[in-house]
Ligand binder design. Structure first.
Ligand code: ZN
Ligand code: ZN
Length: 136
């Protein structure tokens, strides 16, 4: 499993094995502690690839100012399927035609919850959505 960080010397993206205590840049030889793990996300508004510090709850796009909810807020949730994440984002983000998605009230409340409560919320959303699906 590889992680990414931004070199503190030359700002290039470095790959390193997860768990490493320091990462030496091959380009400028700067040693960067992997405290700021970076993750990537496709902006929901303009499809730009965004880099953000892992653990951030939301990422504001510098191009279109859409606030994107970090998909892996809980690292534990990496086992969740992408369809589950879609359901989850559908519940928390509201999008109208030609408008950037906005966080719903429940989206804001979600960001204030702790990780366990967030997982519980996702599971409840998932179950209630599957029930609706099955009743059709
Ligand atoms: Zn470097
Ligand atoms: Zn954007």
């Amino acid at each position: 499993m590889q992680s990414q960080l931004i070199c503190s010397g030359c700002r290039s993206i470095l790959l390193y094995p997860r768990g490493a205590t320091s990462v030496c840049c091959a380009l400028c030889n700067t040693i960067t502690p992997p405290g700021m793990e970076m993750a990537q996300l496709i902006c929901g508004g303009c499809r730009t690839l965004l880099m953000y510090a892992r653990g951030a709850a939301s990422i504001r796009c510098s191009c279109c100012h859409t606030i994107n909810v970090a998909p892996g807020q809980a690292e534990k949730s990496t086992s969740f399927s992408s369809s589950m994440m879609r359901i989850f984002q559908h519940g928390l983000l509201r999008q109208r035609d030609k408008e950037a998605p906005r966080l719903t009230l429940s989206g804001f409340q979600f960001l204030l919850m702790d990780t366990n409560a967030q997982l519980g919320y996702i599971i409840r959303e998932y179950i209630s959505n599957s029930e609706v699906y099955l009743m059709r």
